[in-house]
Each structure stands twice: as C-alpha cells, then as structure tokens.
Write a protein that binds this ligand. Sequence first.
Ligand SMILES: Cc1cc2nc3c(=O)[nH]c(=O)nc-3n(C[C@H](O)[C@H](O)[C@H](O)COP(=O)(O)OP(=O)(O)OC[C@H]3O[C@@H](n4cnc5c(N)ncnc54)[C@H](O)[C@@H]3O)c2cc1C
Length: 164
Amino acid sequence: MRPSALTIWATGFGTPELAAASGLRTDELGRLLTDETLTSVDDDRIVAAGDAAAPSGLPLRMCGQIAAPLAAQAVDTVLSRIAGTEPPVLDVALVGSCVSLGRRAGLRQFARKDDSALNFCFGGRLGAAYKELTCKLGVAKIRREARKPGSLLWAKGGPRPVSA
Ligand SMILES: Cc1cc2nc3c(=O)[nH]c(=O)nc-3n(C[C@H](O)[C@H](O)[C@H](O)COP(=O)(O)OP(=O)(O)OC[C@H]3O[C@@H](n4cnc5c(N)ncnc54)[C@H](O)[C@@H]3O)c2cc1C
C-alpha cells in the first residue's frame, strides 16, 4: 500500500442500457426505479437486482456484498408474486468494504449498517488476505446456493427509512 494524505478513486461503475432503453423509469445512471420489493415502479411484472436497481430512488452501493442479497430478494419477490403473497421488502446491511491493491496489499474498512465508515480498518498483507478470503467466500456462496437454493445468508439491517 502506498501512503497518501488523500486518495482519489477515479474509476467508475456503470449499468447496462437495457433498463433505460425499455422506456421504464430509471435514475440518472440508468438503474431501474423500483419500490423496496425491487419491483419496477411502472410495471409489476419487472423486477431488478444488483447494480441495475435503484430501490425507492435510493440505490445501495454497487458491490458484490449488495448484489448477492438483492438477487436473492428479487427471486423472493418473483416467487411471492407467483404464489399471490406479499413480497418481502429490502432488508440488507452493509458491513464495510475491501480494496485490493495488488497481491500483497489491501484495505479492509469496517462500517456501520448504513455504510458510514467506522474508525476501524486494517491494511497491508492482512488487508490483502481478507480481500482474498471475501472473493473465495463469494464463489463458495454461489456454489452452495446452486446446490441448495434459498441457503444464502446476508447481514440484515431492517427495512430502510424511505418514504412510501
Ligand atoms: C473494476 C471493478 C472492480 C470492482 N471491484 C469490486 C470489489 O472489489 N468488491 C465488490 O464488492 N464489488 C466490486 N465491483 C462491483 C461489482 O462487480 C458489482 O457491484 C457486481 O458485480 C454487481 O453484480 P450484478 O449481478 O448486479 O451485475 P454484473 O455482475 O455486472 O452482472 C450483470 C450481467 O448481465 C449481463 N447483461 C447486461 N446486459 C444484458 C442484456 N441486455 N442481456 C443479457 N445479459 C446482459 C452482463 O454481461 C453481466 O454478465 C467492481 C466493479 C468493477 C467494474
């Protein structure tokens, strides 16, 4: 890791043009505007997940930590609609973030459930090892979910404080 007084992250994440091209309402980045069940605000047959979703116009951070639970919640919404039951509302908490800085250095920043940073992080080789572990765990979770659908566990923070 290189010491610096200020680090500016200059890369950017994007979303496919599909939602914006569909005519359904999206946010300024092209993420589909949904309610807290991840259902399009314009068409209840359309459900979004991961980076492509902007629930209540308050999208969560684009990251794997969020994409997986949102995928599971999107599936639950679809299954609820098929069953004619009320879909669950979004319930996911962020617990921090990892940055890989090559094979030998990384950073693990811990955060509150609302994604605000806690005054606790570690870096260096330990940060790199932690990042590597999260990648391996991510793949393991996908494999387990394929073997046993519905087994995915994630940190929950309760319903979000959004206006209806
Ligand atoms: C450079 C970079 C580094 C990142 N590093 C991290 C990190 O360290 N940690 C972290 O948590 N997150 C990281 N992210 C973010 C993370 O990759 C995303 O948040 C996550 O992959 C989102 O998952 P998703 O399933 O929503 O979308 P994606 O993983 O992007 O999957 C969407 C899929 O849909 C396909 N698709 C798009 N349009 C269509 C279409 N019209 N028809 C059919 N298929 C289509 C795409 O090809 C893609 O396979 C990083 C992203 C980038 C770009």
